[in-house]
Design a protein around this ligand. Sequence first.
Ligand code: NAG
Ligand code: NAG
Ligand code: NAG
Ligand code: NAG
Ligand code: NAG
Ligand code: NAG
Ligand code: NAG
Length: 523
Amino acid sequence: MGMRVVLWLCLLPLCFDFLRAVAGSEGKEYNRNDFPKDFVFGVSTSAYQVEGAALEDGRKRSIYDTFAHRSISGHEIQNPDVGCDQYHKYKEDVQLMVETGLDAYRFSISWSRLIPNGRGPVNAKGLRYYNNLINELINHGIEPHVTLTHTDTPQVLEDEYGGFLDPRIIEDYTSYVDVCFREFGDRVRYWTTFNEPNIFAIGGYNVGITPPNRCSSPFGVKCTGGNSSTEPYIVGHTILLAHAYAVRIYKEKYQAKQLGFIGMNLLSYHFSPVTNKSEDVIAVRRSNEFSIGWFMHPLTYGDYPEIMKKNVGSRLPIFSKTESKLVKGSFDFIGINYYTVMKMKDNSISHTQMPRDFYADMAVEWLMVPDTSGVSKELMYPNEAWGLERVLEHYKEVYGNPTIFIHENGQLSNYNTSINDPFRIEYIHDHIGSVLNAVRNGSNTRGYFVWSLLDVYELLSDFYSTFGLYYVDYNDPNLTRHPKLSQKWYSEFLKGNYTTTTGMEINQVDNTTTLDALRYSAS
Ligand SMILES: *[C@@H]1O[C@H](CO)[C@@H](O)[C@H](O)[C@H]1NC(C)=O
Ligand SMILES: *[C@@H]1O[C@H](CO)[C@@H](O)[C@H](O)[C@H]1NC(C)=O
Ligand SMILES: *[C@@H]1O[C@H](CO)[C@@H](O)[C@H](O)[C@H]1NC(C)=O
Ligand SMILES: *[C@@H]1O[C@H](CO)[C@@H](O)[C@H](O)[C@H]1NC(C)=O
Ligand SMILES: *[C@@H]1O[C@H](CO)[C@@H](O)[C@H](O)[C@H]1NC(C)=O
Ligand SMILES: *[C@@H]1O[C@H](CO)[C@@H](O)[C@H](O)[C@H]1NC(C)=O
Ligand SMILES: *[C@@H]1O[C@H](CO)[C@@H](O)[C@H](O)[C@H]1NC(C)=O
């Protein structure tokens, strides 16, 4: 369904007839009370994407900053170093969370704000900021879920020794997280060591479309150096070890006193074969092993999946016995970011060629590789909510039903047309329904976070396509936040009022929240 059609319909009173038709066809009715009592609902952001104040109060650059500056075209909607400026507006933003009725807020700590040189002295102003934010959340009954690294290795460590390409980072990383546990752990109970290390390794070191932009020909374009045959695996390995040492520190020094939980996050697609031919069905199994098993197999069983060892060969690092023991079982929960289903096609032939990159080792054709030709301005995910249920079933069946938080799920749309967003309601509604199905069938899923609270800077689409429940008006110097229709739906769902997208009353639609009306009233 084209977004334009949806929007057009929703300018008319027909909008809710349309929503009724859509939700009715799904036939899924539920409300918040159908979830276990302690099931957590929240929203997510990450430091560079939401904070702004990139060079204020002693913060130094991360590889995320460098990436954002490298891709600046001169026609930006907003300077990513300012973004939506949560650094100065955190109190206002916590009010938005209260107004929405959230249980929890997932955000990340900027390593180079807390420890600007990557190692050494702690920046008192950075420390104060995160203390203020955490206290503000706690005082309003909102539980902080903290990610320790969200694609933002300090640039200084990248320059010094290549960041996660070098095992030296393990010592610097564990010193940094130790500071976080020590300073914030009396109030923070949920810690995630890394956000999407699988995508960090592939995007950053195989195709080079995300920080730190590394790849080698012919596997990527415009890279700053790299080796797509080896680096993704080296980085993945270093991250697994850094994660495991961080978990050991938390468990040995802090957990008994602070009573918290620690885990890792992975982007998890549901892979679906393009045909029912056995080679495509087997290709889907390989895809699962390469993209999820790459991290989950070591975390659960202490070693890489057999198919990876076979296809990658000597380029895949090896765990020593001690490392294997350290990595195995090193999590209390797994965070999942889920957006869409991926169609997979066998490509066994690629596995006989040299040189090979991650995709060639996996020997599949990934039919929705992100557009690497430039900024995608019109991206929107198909609403394939059933895929999320399948992912949760997969974790349950293959990895012993770990505790799971859905850390990210949400719908992209063009920034300029997205305030009246019934398609986002439909997407979120159906995905929450899919989570409920999995929970009812025994999945140990404990929480769901919408990406994102605000329209923030996005890695692959700048500010052009955004996910926010609140529209941020970047033409307004105050960066005023305006609730979208989806915020109203989520809020009503959280307050227990509505069971379906059909439940909203027509008078809930404030027709002054169209963007034109906003601009009109602002001028
Ligand atoms: C990548 O590293 C491998 C192993 O060291 C080496 O054989 C290969 O030539 C390197 N490729 C590039 C593009 O540097
Ligand atoms: C594969 O088979 C199933 C069951 O027969 C069918 O529902 C599905 O549409 C088929 N998928 C494809 C891609 O042909
Ligand atoms: C969004 O709207 C603003 C203000 O009308 C305009 O300057 C900008 O070019 C628009 N951006 C897009 C991507 O349409
Ligand atoms: C429900 O769980 C059982 C046992 O794990 C599994 O066999 C079954 O496929 C699941 N049902 C669905 C719809 O996923
Ligand atoms: C921006 O905020 C200031 C101070 O709160 C206020 O006086 C001003 O009217 C606001 N401007 C807009 C356009 O909302
Ligand atoms: C939602 O439910 C609460 C509690 O029952 C009630 O106070 C509130 O008015 C309801 N909101 C709407 C929009 O119906
Ligand atoms: C909003 O709705 C009111 C009442 O239905 C109507 O009078 C008004 O013209 C509408 N405004 C816009 C901007 O569509």
